[in-house]
Design a protein around this ligand. Sequence first.
Ligand code: MG
Length: 313
Amino acid sequence: MSNYVIRADQQLLDALRAHYRDAFIDRLPPGALFAVKRPDVTITAYRSGKVLFQGKAAEQEARKWMENHVAPKNKPENENRVKAAALSEQKLGNLSAIGSDEVGTGDYFGPIVVAAAYVDRAHLERIMALGVKDSKLLSDEAITRIAPAIMETVPHAVNTLDNPKYNRWQQSGMPQTKMKALLHNQTLAKLVDAIAPIEPEAIIIDQFLERDPYFRYLAGENRIVSERVHCLPKAESVHVAVAAASIIARYVFLEEMERLSRTIGFPLPKGAGAVVDEAAARIIHERGEKVLATCAKLHFANTKKALSIAKRR
Ligand code: MG
């Protein structure tokens, strides 16, 4: 029996996963993403990117994946899928694609907003010319200026998880990453429906989870958008649709923060620092603790700090 190891990047892992999907086994060794058993070869892919081929056909099977990440030719039914998954990032950037991104996950006050945007390959340059880049690189003022133009030009969908619902989900034991997964999937489904019959050549999620745990969180959903989905780190620099989505999400978040600030009666700070503790303490002091649940993510450590500040007043 021979062993053969190759190193795989995310796209090759995606391609392997798609190609061997029918032969997955359930019992995984520690650190494994997936494992495959075939009569003459066992394949184990690890989180580290290591892929181990074992058995008579180990080397032969491994070699298929070392040349250009292209799928074996004798499996036409898988080919499109594998090709899509194995596309280089540069190629991805030139496709007609949906991108999605979220904002608000690290902010004590305000909702989580997920946005998805579709940019046709014929419009890539026009969208870039609007000044679209990662929203984290743009000031709030620039976001407010650019976002309306993007939203007018680009088909998009938005989902807002307000604080009361966020707190309910959180108190039911749902991790924030699952909330994000559910919201991304819903937002993508909305946009896929909105642009039909056009089909995006790729769907690119700014990675907050790898593909496997992402899809595991969606297991209970009625509708799962899974075709041509890529979860890529720093995806806003891979495709302008992700950058557009990040700007739209940020813009909607800023608007929502303004609305909440008007309701509360003073400007709510972003982030989760000491200024936020003070603002939360002021809300408790002036409006009572219950009001926090309408505008804040209660499980953050800020709540405790704010309560002790408010007590001292
Ligand atoms: Mg992101």
